[in-house]
Design a binder for this molecule. Structure first.
Ligand code: SF4
Length: 221
């Protein structure tokens, strides 16, 4: 089955979904958004990285910024911060009106440093799925660039990550169709959540503040 354009979900939503299903639903289904320092800084970094329409060709690398991507197979769309086309005449793919063969490498810019969770990694995987469908190629690797450490972290697009991405996307579409927002499930993540203020009053309806704090720091209640 191919998705219609009006049913496409945002690729960037995968970072919210991986972080917390409820956070994703509050933002993407209920259209709730609280800007905090983290999200504001993240937006500035992306604005710089996108610089839409910018193309640069240096040595054997063509760099494209702000490239719109989509997949009708998975029903997702978004914009890649950077896509590099790296010349590789042995293992690369042909690109329309370009001499030689190229590997396609998505690069996503992030604030801070590499995270413990897979939220950033999965965003690169979804970008790779879109680029593979659009350019009829296979993508083995992508990168995450973190401003705090000022270097790239390699993302190997393994079959496990592909399976996880497909499962996440399917679940996201199911939630979206049903307009379903998962119930609160407090965790340590809540203190770093941009929707903490909007979400927590709901939590506190169902338990005491002390119980909530105990649960958030991992104590049994
Ligand atoms: S406050 Fe916690 S439960 Fe609520 S959306 Fe954020 S991470 Fe999820």
């Amino acid at each position: 089955m191919l998705y219609k354009e009006e049913d496409y979900l945002m690729i960037s939503g995968i970072q919210h979904f991986e972080f917390c299903r409820r956070q994703w639903a509050l933002i993407h289904i209920e259209k709730l958004w609280e800007e905090n320092l983290f999200t504001a800084e993240g937006n500035i970094i992306h604005k710089r990285a996108h610089d839409s329409g910018f193309n640069e060709s240096r040595n054997d690398v063509i760099t494209t910024r702000g490239m719109p991507v989509y997949s009708s197979m998975y029903g997702i769309s978004g914009v890649c911060d950077v896509v590099e086309f790296v010349r590789d005449d042995m293992d690369g793919f042909e690109i329309y009106q370009r001499e030689g063969r190229y590997k396609v490498v998505p690069v996503e810019y992030k604030r801070g440093k590499p995270k413990e969770g897979l939220e950033d990694v999965m965003q690169v995987v979804l970008q790779a799925l879109c680029l593979e469908e659009m350019l009829t190629c296979k993508i083995e690797t992508g990168y995450l660039y973190y401003d705090e450490i000022r270097r790239r972290s390699k993302v190997v697009i393994t079959s496990e990550l592909r399976q996880r991405a497909k499962k996440d996307i399917q679940e996201m579409h199911q939630y979206y169709e049903r307009k379903y927002t998962p119930k609160v499930s407090p965790s340590k993540k809540c203190s770093a959540c941009s929707l903490n203020e909007a979400c927590l009053p709901t939590v506190l309806k169902n338990m005491s503040v002390n119980d909530y704090i105990a649960r958030a720091i991992g104590e049994d209640i």
